[in-house]
Design a protein. Structure first.
Length: 343
């Protein structure tokens, strides 16, 4: 089994406003695992808050030794060894995990959703993200999302109600809200959520900073809308604490090291009656197609990463008009459409 990798940079169709400026690109690393004439592809996406970079991902991948694996394998067992190499490095680990699952699916001739026992007809629609911006650009983004039935609105910048009112002036589509840890006062947050309920918002994601579990618990107890953990829920070990502070969790492959742990998180969330959102970072159809295989187990999906970038080098899951249509191709269903590996 041979592991290779290639750094890459994704370009956004529109600049992304973040806490300390504007981001026009995001770094990714693609991985490739080859065995017995089959090839699996994976992806690591590195938003700033994860603390990973091209250099850190490549340094980690150089420590991954897969050469001794022959024949069929269990990705869960392999990932236990990969996870133990070093703390952190979640996106780097996810890139290996996704490639392993893609490879196994191809070797067995089955799509991931079949390996997972998922019904592709149960996959929900994905939301389409409207980032924080000025009024003119927000209206332009809403127009560009005309064919998509659900909008996700990024808030937490101080003009939240104005942004929602701007969007509501031109559409009555269902909205979800991601506060991005941007709210501070819990009483004001509760008042905000009641106003959002009147605007037909369906749920609110990560109101306060990730370690404010007590304030999230207070808000969740009183909120008329589901409150969903994102930054507060990175990996499986976080779910027990989140269960007392949130109504649900956002599972992202780049946070939790990939599909192996994501599936365990889904099982644990179901045991604790937590709602499940399957999300993504800024990713191509490589990683998003892998995450999409889990969406039949979820309440909601936010997998619009490929829709927001200019240079998607994979074909994969069909997100046309928001409906997630899983590929019947073996593995993740993602197909490389550009020679990023040089061969």
């Amino acid at each position: 089994m041979k592991l290779t990798w290639q750094p890459y940079t994704l370009e956004f169709k529109h600049p992304f406003r973040i806490a300390h400026g504007v981001r026009n690109t995001t770094p990714v690393v693609f991985t490739r695992i080859e065995q017995d004439g089959f090839t699996g592809y994976g992806e690591a996406s590195m938003p700033p808050y994860l603390g990973e970079s091209h250099d850190s991902v490549l340094a980690f991948l150089k420590q991954v030794q897969l050469e001794s694996i022959n024949g069929l394998f269990d990705p869960d067992e392999v990932m236990q060894t990969v996870d133990a190499i070093a703390e952190g490095n979640a996106a780097a680990k996810a890139s290996v995990d996704i490639a392993l699952h893609d490879l196994l699916g191809k070797m067995k001739g089955k799509p991931l959703y079949e390996l997972f026992g998922a019904d592709p007809a149960s996959a929900p629609c994905t939301s389409f993200t409207i980032g924080m911006d000025d009024t003119e650009m927000i209206l332009q983004k809403v127009e560009e999302a005309q064919g998509y039935p659900i909008l996700k609105v990024k808030l937490g910048g101080g003009d939240d109600i104005h942004i929602l009112e701007t969007i509501r002036s031109v559409t009555d589509k269902p909205l979800s809200v991601d506060a991005n840890q941007g709210w501070n006062n819990k009483e004001e947050a509760l008042e905000m959520i009641y106003r959002m309920k009147d605007m037909q918002v369906t749920f609110v994601e990560q109101p306060f900073s990730k370690n404010r579990f007590g304030d999230h618990a207070w808000l969740t107890e009183r909120s008329p809308l589901p409150v969903i953990a994102d930054e507060s829920c990175q990996r499986l070990s976080d779910i027990a604490r989140c269960a007392g502070s949130f109504h649900g969790i956002n599972i992202k492959l780049m946070k939790c090291t990939g599909l192996s742990e994501a599936r365990k998180m889904i099982g644990e969330a179901q045991k604790r009656n937590l709602k499940i959102l399957i999300g993504c970072m800024s990713e191509t159809s490589c990683a998003v197609s892998a995450a999409a295989a889990l969406t039949p187990f979820a309440n909601w999906a936010d997998l619009d990463g490929p829709l927001l970038i200019k240079n998607n080098v994979f074909n994969g899951v069909d997100l046309d008009k928001g409906k997630i249509r899983l590929s019947a191709l073996p593995g993740t269903g993602a197909v490389l459409n550009s020679p990023v590996f040089g061969t």
